[in-house]
Design a protein around this ligand. Structure first.
Ligand code: ADP
Length: 447
């Protein structure tokens, strides 16, 4: 590339100059030859006037050859670069074949130009005019161009080398940083952050990498918290069971009624354990992508199933359940997921209610969406707890809920189910007291 850059302009400028020479020097010789051809008698003296302008035209040497190839008359003694043999062989051809000769070469920083034309008189070749020009000015011009190009290309070459070294260094530095990050993450260090130093593709790669590790770190953090919370939740009822069982075993004379009370306690704790493990299983299932085929589910039909299952619980708690159902409330989900979601919400609304309290369940169509609301007049959720109630194992009042058998997992199951089916879940307090949960599903229109 650099070689082409170097030679191409030089060749072009040399050709241009040779072309200019060809357009000016042979015509000059031709002009002289025509003047000489008109002379009745060609002698060294008679030829003189025809050669008058040779110097003014910048020529170095003009030679008139007679028919015997001898010099009849010669002008100019600037013989720099002049090669007699070249002009002589041109004269030979001009005299024998009547041919015009031309040659221009660049040698040692000058253009050496030869031309020779025959002198014709009465249809015969009687002599030949040979001219020679030594042009070092044009030569210097071409050499100057060559030198400039050489300097420019050396500069360009150095710049290219420096630039490629710099680029390869920056590229490999960027790559090394990301590779170090990948290695660290592979070793389990999710806290590693790749430093973003540039604004190129490596910076984008580093940012993507950092976002990925941050997400992995959060997932890992959540996983650890979940495992520790789950073990804690399982440990508590197990310890209670052990304590109750030990007390029975250590008291030989325990009366039947106290014994029954203790065994009932053991049973309750075992039930809690079983509920917690069942809900943990539900949660792990919800973490996986939807395996069951999503189908068109009629929300009203599912709500009615949930209400009839919980009717005895509500009756026992003295809570009245009212309903408001729209027609055509279909969503794309799985019937089981929808059942669990509604069951958890209505169960809570009954469980955290007061005697003679009310629960209102509505399934309404709002444009394309299906909006399910479970509203109660119960104890309500304090404002400061609202942001956390969907967290796993979160209970508002730990002691109270555990007494009532709560696991703190119901609402996180509701949240995971809603997310899984692209539904929006929200909670708001109800005045004077109570809570309302709303789930908005993207609906499907029945065919
Ligand atoms: P739990 O199994 O303890 O009911 P949830 O995840 O279903 O677990 O609920 C988390 C906490 O949110 C509960 O401990 C309870 O204090 C509170 N809560 C949930 N629903 C209601 C409600 N409708 N009214 C008042 N408090 C509620």
């Amino acid at each position: 590339m650099i070689a082409v850059l170097n030679t191409y302009p030089m060749r072009i400028s040399r050709n241009l100059i040779v072309f200019a020479k060809e357009e000016s020097i042979p015509p000059y010789a031709q002009q002289v030859a025509e003047l000489l051809g008109e002379l009745p008698d060609l002698t060294p003296e008679s030829a003189g006037p025809a050669l008058e302008l040779w110097e003014a035209d910048g020529l170095s040497r003009v030679v008139i050859f007679d028919q015997n190839k001898d010099e009849l008359r010669a002008e100019g003694d600037d013989t720099r670069g002049f090669d007699e043999r070249v002009l002589f062989s041109m004269a030979e051809r001009a005299l024998s074949e009547g041919e015009t000769g031309f040659r221009s070469d660049l040698a040692d920083g000058a253009f050496l130009t030869y031309a020779c034309v025959p002198v014709k008189s009465g249809g015969k070749t009687v002599a030949a005019v040979g001219v020679y020009e030594y042009d070092d000015a044009a030569g210097a011009l071409v050499m100057g161009i060559r030198d400039d190009m050489m300097k420019a290309s050396i500069g360009l070459g150095i710049a290219a080398v420096v630039l490629s070294l710099f680029l390869s260094k920056t590229l490999s530095a960027g790559l090394t940083r990301v590779l170090t990050g990948i290695r660290k993450v592979r070793e389990g260090d999710y806290t590693f952050h790749v430093e973003v130093r540039s604004r190129d593709e490596f910076a984008t790669l580093a940012e993507e990498f950092n976002t990925l590790t941050e997400r992995m770190q959060q997932t890992e953090e959540r996983r650890r918290r979940f495992v520790s919370d789950a073990s804690h939740e399982l440990k508590t009822p197990l310890s209670a069971i052990m304590l109750l069982a030990d007390t029975i075993l250590e008291n030989d004379n325990m009366d039947a009624e106290t014994m029954r009370e203790f065994v009932t306690g053991i049973r309750e704790e075992a039930q809690r354990l079983s509920r917690t493990t069942a809900q943990l299983l539900d949660l792990t299932k919800l973490d996986r992508p939807v395996e069951e085929k999503q189908v068109d589910v009629d929300c009203v039909r599912v709500a009615k199933r949930v209400l009839s299952a919980l009717e005895p619980v509500a009756r026992k708690a003295g809570v009245t359940v009212t309903t408001h159902f729209d027609a055509n409330c279909h969503v794309l989900a799985t019937e089981d997921d929808l059942f669990h979601l509604l069951h958890n919400l209505v169960d809570n609304a009954v469980k955290y209610n007061t005697k003679n309290g009310r629960v209102a369940v509505s399934v309404l169509r709002d444009g394309e969406n299906v909006v399910i609301t479970v509203e109660d007049t119960g104890v309500g959720i304090p404002e400061e707890d609202l942001p956390y109630i969907f967290d796993r194992f979160y209970r508002v009042e730990k002691s109270r809920d555990r007494g009532e058998g709560g696991t703190g997992l119901g609402l996180s199951i509701v949240k995971s189910t809603a997310d899984r089916h692209n539904a929006d879940l929200s909670v708001r307090p109800v005045t004077p007291h109570g809570t309302a949960f709303t789930v908005t599903f993207p609906g499907t229109m029945p065919e």
